[in-house]
Ligand binder design. Sequence first.
Ligand code: SF4
Length: 740
Amino acid sequence: MADKRKSLKELIPPLRQWEGAKTDRLVRSPGKFGLGQTPKDLIPDATTSMVCGFCSTGCGLNIHLKNGEAVSLTPDTEYPVNIGMACPKGWEALTPLQADDRATSPMIRDQRGGVLRKTTWQEAMNLFCNKFKAIQKKHGNESVAFLSTGQIVAEEMAFLGALAKFGMGIKHGDGNTRQCMATAVVAYKQSFGFDAPPYTYQDFEESDVIVLIGSNLCIAHPIMWQRIERNPHQPEIVVIDPRKTETAVAATQHYPIIPKSDLLFFYGIAKLLIEKGYVDPEFVSKHTEGYDAFRAHLSKFSLEEVCLVSGVALTEIEKLVDTIGQGKRVSFWWTMGVNQGHEAVRTAQAIINLALITGNIGRPGTGANSITGQCNAMGSRLFSNTTNLLGGHEFSNPEHRAKVAAVLGMDEALIPEETGWAYDQIIEGIHEGKIKGLWVIATNGAHSWIHQDKYREAMEKLEFLVVQDMYTTTETAECADLILPVAAWAEKDGVFINSERRIGLVKKVSKAPGEALSDFSIFRLIAHHWGCGELFSQWSSPEEVFRILTKLSQGQPCDISGIESYQQIDQFGGIQWPCRKEDVSLLGIDNQRRLFDDGKFYHQNGKAKFIFSDPVEVAEQTDEKFPHILLTGRGSSAQWHTQTRTKKSAVLRKLYPQNIYVEIHPEDAAKLGIEGEENVLISSRRARVEAAAYVTPTVQPGQLFMPMHYAKANKLTYASFDPYSRQPSYKYCAVKVERL
Ligand code: SF4
């Protein structure tokens, strides 16, 4: 099994040389440069295009080079996603690469709480393998786990998942996509038969009714909002959200439902749509199953109850139902306000059910459309080898295991027969002493995980924590025993898959600092040193791995076997899945493709399923001691998640408050004597956090809002999870607010 051809000492220098090479492997858009140019034709002081590395919108950016290094960027006017637009994060995407706290060499912390010392890759690899192997030997293979990310390229995700699960015998691995997209994955799988967001961004411009649910698009996905602004049909823009967000202010209709009344609210909408005759009977009978049972389920709920629980008046509900029912092209879009709930999967499916009963799917301007969060959340869903076997396959399916083993040329017995633990189960496993070693890749759970103190306590309990990251200063890196320094976005090659299933290219346009290596090269090193390098002998470069991924996808709904090369992706401004061999002739002609235009879904009978269940109570209730509901979410378009990168930009820092703040309604503020511009104390049953009060009617009385970008916000949140997706419920916990 061991790769005997080269010693590690021999392997590291060529990797460094490869990583340190100037930008010499760029591919070019034929629109600008002519198809067929070879890399040696390229001049170093030129412009190349690639996709942004922050959010799932997947905007195209033109990167301007001097002497082969990126020096500036502008949004790509030809890229079909953003058409020349970018948000503040995109404009500043190159700045975080230059930060002072980049990890530039492997670092070891000899003692918990001690300082980090620089080391060599050789020693780092020795420590990584010796420690994890010793833990596995003593406590079993299940005692080591990994937590990955939606931020690295798909080729690296696949390598990590395959290396960990097939090469190192690690059973439990998950990603931070559990925090954002797990709900949509499960909802789609159960309803459509595959995890398949059906839309294309062109749908924003073709709808006559756009329903945004739990989605502050203006802030979270500003370029998607710009696509709505280009809609020439004067659409009704409906926002369903407890907060009067920037998007709600810009909408034509806003329904400020009581937090987490959404499932019942959508059942009420469905019931009234049916009662008012807004059903598409032909679509329902030909393309769905379970409609009669769904209708019977709805009969349990009265509209009076829906109004009472949601806080929305019947006349308002009727207005919304008429808007949806009379729309010709109605699209439903949801994001974290739905996904991060205690009954999130059923809520997402309640939205899907609205699209199904009204036949609003598979046509331009329609769809039940989940918007992802991270730049490669979709890549993670298909290729991370965590919840799914590579390529959207199932670990539990023997045919799938045999297929994957054959494509990879490996022994089928190496593939586990079941999915490992979800993120929360891994953290719980650490607390229970079942997991002793953890490998964290490009994510910062010590900031972002729900009920943060419990996460941090878990890190302290580990025997060995490895953090693989571009910075040494993240909250999670500060707990690490070993830090592996990585090349970031724009310092390596690969693909991201965006929200509309578009595969876009990332290119190496800048040199990683110091001894940092791409995640890809680190996985190669680990494979070699662990002794399973031979298993990955074909995984020689990102593009070679991409070719393997295309083979793995063959025959799946996400089939991309028609894509031949990175250059082809570049040529067509990204390529949406599916792209089977027979679809290739359509590329360039039909560059905005949606799913289900033939009414065929992925269940065996070709039909979509109505899925539903009774609403349940939130896990943590307000009471006299903790009377307020705390909502969390995005604060501004200049901030990204834990601010690991965005806080490195002086430009971006000017665009948002530097200190944590909490939005509070003027009525509540008046009752408590809070005048604004003063610090208040927010307490939950878990922690107390000081924050600046921002008195504003964007929240309703009894509710507070705190942006998630500040580390202390998740000290307050309550760890409850959707039972199907195990996604954390960040959008509801009980707190108290007091003057200091
Ligand atoms: Fe990048 Fe997202 Fe901004 Fe587009 S919207 S520039 S992908 S962060």
